[in-house]
Design a protein around this ligand. Structure first.
Ligand code: MRU
Length: 359
């Protein structure tokens, strides 16, 4: 995607350094962070300098590649296993993190020579990132067919290109419809408390792409659906269970139920790397709980241009900060993947998995 006339990916690797767009500072400041070692990468994933299922999947893949580049020969395989264990603990819900780590790690099992394993690790991590970007573009192509000219689209959180390596999942159909099919669209962006990925990141992407939009408080979406002001909903997913249930940013479930009650198509867009074939249903998806301060404080830019954090709740109040919710398959019109659009059901997920070629 382009930022100020320059082509960027959300995350990439340059020799032994992982470079990523700092999502903690957007939309106020565009900055690239250099991640030089595992400790820094773990922190970046955990504090959401890099976030979004696909982007942290790539971070996991690059993290193993970086560990391979930096490890000595003697403890090479032990060091990589240890790096994988540490990375897996950074965030629990997005399946892509685990997919990305395993995509690199499993390929190394065949290598007996460390020098070859190092090369393989870097090649696999770059391949993972390329596959994420092309899967997301394909999602755009399939999803754009669902959008009528002049449609009003609703989306939650940020499942745009910042949440992946490029293109995004839920926003990819929007980008494809506008750029490749010249459709006029309007997007309602859920603010997405507490971290405001909608207001900060999705809105920033849409400003960059010149796509008309309005940011709405999370509790407005239902009213707009009731008033027939929303034609279609696209959300992402952090994990898709075997039966078609999905976990996505907290608030997705409410949006899905209200969309269902108002006969508004509700699509989940996600690459195959989001499917957890070993997870029978949404009830088995681990749900992240984050620090209460993300609710008690908000971050923004003051009139003097400084980015700062202010407390919005009384001293003495505590907060419950659940990061994700589960949307049962029955509320989902379809799952858009790079393999096509399938029903959200056990059979639908089986069909998607049957199309996947082992790389
Ligand atoms: O906590 P985050 O920002 O990493 O959450 C992930 C998300 O942005 C959403 O849940 C998104 O819709 C799915 S990830 C593309």
């Amino acid at each position: 995607m382009r930022v100020k006339d320059k082509q960027y990916r959300t995350i990439w690797m340059d020799k032994t350094i992982i470079r990523l767009i700092n999502q903690m500072l957007l939309p106020h400041k565009f900055e690239i962070v250099d991640v030089k070692k595992l400790q820094e990468l773990k922190l970046a994933i955990n504090n959401m300098t890099i976030r979004g299922a696909g982007a942290i999947g790539a971070a996991g893949a690059f993290g193993i590649a970086q560990a391979a580049m930096l490890s000595n020969d003697k403890d090479f395989f032990d060091n990589l296993t240890d790096a994988a264990t540490q990375l897996r603990k950074t965030r629990p819900t997005a399946q892509n993190l685990f997919t990305g780590i395993d995509f690199v790690l499993n390929a190394l099992k065949k290598e007996s020579k460390v020098s070859l394993a190092r090369e393989t690790a870097v090649r696999r991590a770059n391949l993972y990132a390329d596959m994420d970007a092309s899967a997301c573009k394909k999602i755009g192509e399939f999803g754009a067919g669902l959008i009528k000219d002049n449609a009003k689209v609703s989306t939650h959180c940020n499942a745009g290109w910042l949440a992946f390596v490029d293109w995004g999942s839920a926003l990819s159909p929007v980008y494809y419809a506008v750029k490749e099919q010249n459709k006029n669209l309007f997007v309602y962006v859920d603010e997405t408390r507490p971290r405001c990925q909608g207001a900060n990141l999705t809105a920033w992407e849409l400003v960059n792409e010149n796509i008309p939009h309005l940011i709405i408080a999370d509790n407005v979406t239902g009213a707009l659906m009731y008033q027939k002001k929303i034609d279609i909903v696209f959300v992402g997913a952090d994990r898709i269970a075997r039966n078609g249930d999905i976990a996505n940013k907290i608030g997705t479930y409410s949006s899905a139920v209200v969309a269902h009650d108002n006969n508004i198509p509700f699509y989940v867009a996600a690459p195959v790397s989001t499917i957890d074939a070993n997870c029978p249903s949404g009830d088995n998806i681990p749900i992240e709980e984050r620090d209460e301060n993300e609710i008690l404080y908000v971050q923004g830019k003051d009139d003097a241009g400084a980015i700062s954090r202010v407390r919005i709740s009384p001293e003495g109040s505590h907060a419950l900060n659940i990061g994700f919710d589960v949307t049962p398959a029955k509320y989902i019109t379809g799952i858009i993947t790079e393999m096509g659009i399938y029903p959200a059901s056990y059979d639908g997920v089986t069909q998607i998995l049957s199309k996947v070629k082992k790389v």
